[in-house]
Design a protein around this ligand. Structure first.
Ligand code: DAH
Length: 341
């Protein structure tokens, strides 16, 4: 019997040593150490021994069992570690590979100018509003004091949809919508698309963008307009920027002025961009004509206001030195990627 124990032990150790997966190891354990395993069977057959030998034999079998258990433990740890090593090796990624560059988009230069203008005017307490691009004749012309025989009403200048409906040719009609709905004080800007029946060339596009501004309150004067636009010019074009107001005419403002900023290319010295004048025209403006205020039911004796309108493309072209307006609409990625920041 003792020999048998020794023999089982040798075979068990050999099987343990041979196992090279955790699964093999478990099978071998069941075979030798399990409930129906060889060693257990031997312990059960102890009854065949003389009574006085049984304790010694029992001890021997238990010793062998402990020894084998220990070996199995060791081997299990070994195999577990080996398997983990193998898995780590298999799943290894090379973190020294350079990453793939993810292309980052950017805002269109026109959007950048509009956003910047919004920031500037919101900082002065203005609200940003929008109006419809399909407009009634009344809002685009009549309410703005543009007489029926005004050249802007010509089919050649404005896209008419029907006799009464058209694609707005300016953002000024938003002034009327706002004043119809709200009472003074009013302080708004209205950015958006406008349309004119022009064929595209270096400076013209049948669709472009404007930003309209309107302020109405008691006691608004031309000085408020000048101060506001001076601050806007400094923020939009740089702190050294000067403004110049030239008398002009718009049907919906009286008096009216065209506003120039000192040339941002030559700082007023005179260059090709400003055609040696030192100045660049950037917007139209004026005090809201009393006739316009009356049309929306305001009392021009009580309230007054100023308005202005600027071309977004023109500002973007000046700011970024873009020579052809069409570049702004072709969406060539080589052009647009120059405006990422
Ligand atoms: N609507 C004018 C245009 O498209 C621009 C303009 C001039 C707007 C004077 C104004 C203004 O609000 O007061 O040419």
């Amino acid at each position: 019997m003792h020999k048998k124990v020794e023999e089982i032990k040798e075979r068990a150790l050999a099987a343990c040593a041979k196992a090279d997966t955790l699964q093999d190891l478990t099978h071998a354990r069941v075979r030798f150490l399990g409930k129906k395993g060889e060693l257990t069977a031997l312990l059960r057959s102890m009854g065949q021994l003389p009574a006085e030998e049984r304790p010694k034999f029992g001890r021997l079998v238990n010793e062998v069992r402990d020894r084998l258990e220990e070996r199995w433990q060791q081997k299990e740890t070994e195999l577990f570690e080996a398997e983990e090593q193998r898995r780590l090796l298999e799943e290894r990624i090379d973190i020294t590979l350079p990453g793939r560059q993810v292309a980052r988009g950017s805002f269109h230069p026109l959007t950048q100018v509009i956003n910047q203008a919004k920031e500037i005017f919101m900082g002065m307490g203005y609200q940003v509003v929008e109006g419809p691009e399909i407009e009634e004749d009344y809002y685009n012309f009549e309410a703005l004091n543009i007489p029926p025989d005004h050249p802007a009403r010509d089919m050649q200048d404005t896209f008419f949809i029907t006799e009464e409906l058209l694609l707005r040719s300016q953002t000024s009609p938003v002034q009327i919508h706002v004043m119809e709905k709200q009472q003074p004080p009013i302080r708004i800007i209205a950015p958006g698309k406008v349309y004119r029946a022009d064929s595209a060339d270096v400076t013209h596009s049948p669709m472009f963008h404007q930003i309209e501004g309107l302020v109405v309150d008691e006691g608004i004067t031309f000085a408020d307009l000048k101060g506001t636009l001076q601050l806007f010019a400094e923020r939009m074009f740089g702190p050294e920027t000067k403004t110049r107001f030239r008398p002009s005419y718009f049907p919906f403002t009286e008096p009216s002025a065209e506003v120039d900023v000192s040339c941002i290319m030559c700082r007023g010295k005179g260059c090709r961009v400003c055609q040696d004048t030192g100045w660049l025209e950037v917007l139209g403006s004026g005090l809201v004509d009393p006739r316009v205020l009356k049309k929306v039911g305001y009392d021009p004796e009580k309230v007054s206001g100023f308005a202005f309108g600027m071309g977004v493309e023109r500002i973007a072209m000046l700011k970024y030195g873009i020579h052809d307006i069409r570049l702004l609409f072709e969406n060539d990625i080589r052009f647009l990627s120059q405006f990422s920041n």
